[in-house]
Design a protein around this ligand. Structure first.
Ligand SMILES: [Zn+2]
Ligand SMILES: [Zn+2]
Length: 753
């Protein structure tokens, strides 16, 4: 017998190996000889024959039996991705596996420690703990409900929960649990502690039924719109149906998720929840854990260690974890009882992988829901125009949450400061400063939003026009004054800020433009009594630095936050009532047709940080174009109007979603080689019969990064099927081209140019 095996190599082919054992399920991992080494492969099929000559066929070294094979549904999904994204099946498969399963050494499955209450601990009533000891009370409550918790589950409750755990162990209330796969509480309760001889409860046969009524915090009252959304989704759980949940910040999207999830859990199903960024997982994780304390929830993202990620992946595949919460890579997790997929912030560009398999996890999630025959819920305050278009055309069900769920909370008032008529003090206008002082006097917090880190985006010499350009990229070196460094944000190149102009020796160099560091410095000068905190990728660089920065804001140790988009998403601060936006104009007139969509989403998101519950919020945007239509829609919080205008523009220009696009990206050290390759590629396209528009080779927006010249060829069609058929035929011809000095790849549904 011969096994057809996919390997993690950039070749669009499978490899045959001989095998003398019995039948092997597709999806099984194997170790096979490849070149001079052994490599891990995944079996995709078995056959009695092979086209490989007998002398060249090699035997499989061994099967990896310690993990179950990838289930057929996941193999089908990955085959779809390989075809649709024009990427080799082997690399596509391996992209979906946790790192530990890609390695040829045998897996050592980590045995994480679990903790449970002792008899003494069980006798302690959480109500008898001091009411100040919120975390201890909570931990005790959750341990009573969940029976046993892993260390990471405990840490997810609160940053100080591990300390509380230590105290409980010292008091003799908590001990290490004996079983590493905790028994769902209903089984333990049901068995009543009576041994059935073998002592193994039959947990595997029936899916764990969550005890929703146990210890569940009281469901908040739903608005009628939330109720309609929950009912619409949860009454059609047995069929494919995509839903777009459009709700402004504070309209209670998460509550809709939680209640639909409750319905799925009650039926014994599993739920996959995708979020765009790792730093958005902890808060959502906490809300899910608080609502479903007796349900096993695992997270999957690239910040987890290899062991933990493997453990969580296998818990999902075994059906032990009922809720999987993760970033885009989690979309490929095997889930035998998957009944619902939720994609939160579905518009976010982070769902698209920008290297290797260039997939959109949002789009793959929709395909997965379709293949599985289950509903998918896409949520956003500012949906992608693609999803909005689908909802308008009736392909997606549209669920609107128009009002803020918290009664009395009005959306923030958005006003504009016309900077074309005002003198700015280092980038900040007097009206904005006055508003900041007002908040300071009232003891409220403000956020100054500027989406550019560093001090100043460029350093120039006024005498010889020298400019701080990166010698490896077509970008500028950004001045980071605190560290006295010039940094390239594209390739990471760094150098010292020169004492004098490298061109003419002029010691008087000028910093042009504004970044977070400069705004921070200006605010320190103009608001000397304010406590100012900067939150950007530099200040949050250290692992775990971000939670500490966020804690300072939550605990009121900060008056003014200077932040980038790192802060714009998802974080709610009770006392934050003012958001000032500086330097947002660039995106209004960008060459990128998606720039306006991104700006609108970003400003809506950052505006949503202002004002919660009892304190009304205000947003002040400094701009030279206060009358711009985008700003008018923003001021009215009118996404539908904005989307309609954008879709009309795109229709006229023939841009997505009115057409389907793909990019042939190419890069090489030599610019001519890149362009020559793309011209040959265009010539190959001309030979093919197709209904696809092939554009001329164009330099990329960043024409050079890290010494590589970059350019692309855009192809597009009004028909997705026509584009797919063309790409398949074109790719075969491209692979036959001799282009060893040029690296090229196809990017289907590209977001960046
Ligand atoms: Zn100079
Ligand atoms: Zn660079």
């Amino acid at each position: 017998m011969f096994l057809r095996v996919a390997l993690d190599v950039p070749l669009n082919t499978l490899f045959d190996y001989s095998w003398t054992g019995g039948a092997v399920a597709p999806g099984t991992r194997v170790l096979v000889p490849f070149g001079r080494r052994n490599a891990v492969g995944v079996v995709v099929g078995c056959s009695d024959s092979t086209e490989v000559p007998p002398a060249r066929i090699k035997p499989v070294v061994r099967l990896f039996g310690e993990t179950p094979p990838l289930p057929p549904g996941i193999l089908r999904l990955l085959q779809f991705c390989s075809d649709y994204y024009q990427h080799p099946l082997g690399e596509t498969l391996f992209n979906a596996l946790p790192a530990a399963m890609r390695q040829s050494k045998p897996l050592s499955l980590p045995k994480p420690k679990f903790y449970c209450l002792t008899t003494n601990g069980r006798n302690v009533d959480p109500e008898t703990l001091p009411s100040r000891a919120v975390v201890k009370r909570r931990l005790l409550q959750v341990l009573r409900q969940a029976d046993s918790l892993s260390r990471s589950e405990i840490a997810a409750l609160s940053p100080t929960a591990p300390t509380a755990l230590k105290t409980f162990i010292e008091l003799g209330w908590v001990e290490e649990s004996q079983s590493d796969a905790p028994i769902p509480p209903f089984v333990k309760g049901g068995l009543g502690g009576i041994s059935d001889g073998g002592g193994i409860p039959e947990t595997a046969k029936s899916p764990p039924t969550p005890l929703l009524q146990r210890g569940e915090p009281h469901d908040p009252d739903l608005t009628s719109a939330q109720r309609l959304a929950v009912d619409s989704v949860s009454t059609t759980l047995d069929a494919f149906r995509p839903w777009l949940l459009h709700g402004v910040t504070g309209s209670g999207k998460t509550e809709v998720y939680l209640q639909v999830v409750a319905a799925v859990l009650q039926q014994g199903g599993q739920v996959l929840v995708l979020v765009p960024e790792i730093n958005l997982t902890p808060q959502l994780e906490q809300r899910f854990r608080a609502r479903f304390p007796a349900v096993r929830l695992v997270s999957l993202h690239s910040n987890l260690g290899n062991g933990e990620r493997l453990k969580n992946y296998l818990a999902a595949q075994a059906g032990q974890a009922a809720i999987v919460l993760g970033t885009r890579l989690a979309v490929f997790t095997p889930l035998p009882r998957l009944k619902l997929i939720i994609v939160d912030e579905e518009h976010d560009a982070s769902f698209k992988q920008q290297e290797g398999l260039r997939y959109s996890a949002r789009d793959v999630a929709v395909i997965r829901a379709k293949q599985t025959g289950i509903p998918i819920l896409l949520g956003s305050a500012t949906p992608s125009l693609e999803s909005w278009h689908n909802a308008q055309g009736g392909r997606y069900g549209l669920l609107n949450l128009p009002e803020r769920a918290v009664s009395g909370a009005a959306p923030p008032a958005i006003r504009f400061i016309d900077t074309s008529r005002l003198k700015l003090d280092d980038g900040l206008s007097e009206p904005l400063l006055a508003a900041l002082r007002e908040r300071l006097a009232r003891g409220e917090q403000s956020l100054v939003f500027i989406n550019r880190r560093g001090y100043a985006p460029v350093l120039i010499c006024g005498q010889c026009a020298w400019i701080s350009a990166c010698h490896r990229c077509s970008g500028r070196l950004v001045a980071h004054l605190r560290e006295r460094r010039l940094r390239c944000h594209h390739c990471g190149h760094e150098s010292r800020i020169p004492a004098a102009c490298p061109g003419c020796g002029n010691p008087d160099l000028t910093l042009l433009g504004h970044g977070t560091q400069r705004v921070e410095e200006t605010l320190e000068r103009l608001l000397p009594q304010a406590r100012i905190l900067r939150v950007d990728r530099d200040s949050a660089r250290r692992k775990d630095a971000l939670p500490e920065l966020l804690r300072k804001i939550h605990d009121g140790e900060v008056d003014v936050v200077v932040g980038t988009q790192l802060l714009a998403k998802g974080h709610d601060f009770k006392r934050l009532t003012l958001v000032g936006v500086v330097n947002a104009d660039g995106a209004l007139y960008s060459a990128d047709f998606r720039a306006a969509e991104r700006l609108f989403a970003q400003l809506m998101q950052v505006a949503g940080r202002a004002g919660r519950a009892e304190l009304p919020g205000e947003v002040l945007i400094q701009t030279q174009f206060p009358g711009h239509p985008l700003f008018m829609d923003l001021q009215r919080h009118d996404f539908p109007s904005f989307a309609e205008a954008q879709l009309a523009e795109r229709r006229q220009a023939g841009f997505p979603p009115w057409c389907y696009q793909a990019l042939l990206r190419a890069e090489a050290a030599d610019r001519d080689k890149v362009l020559t390759f793309l011209q040959r590629a265009a010539a190959e396209a001309a030979v093919l019969e197709h209904q696809v528009a092939v554009f001329d080779p164009t330099p990329a927006q960043m024409a050079r990064i890290a010494g590589k010249e970059r350019a692309h060829l855009l192809v597009q069609s009004a028909s997705r099927a026509a584009l797919q058929a063309f790409l398949k035929a074109w790719r075969a011809r491209l692979e036959a081209l001799d282009a060893r000095t040029v690296r090229w790849m196809l990017d289907v549904d590209p977001l960046e140019f």
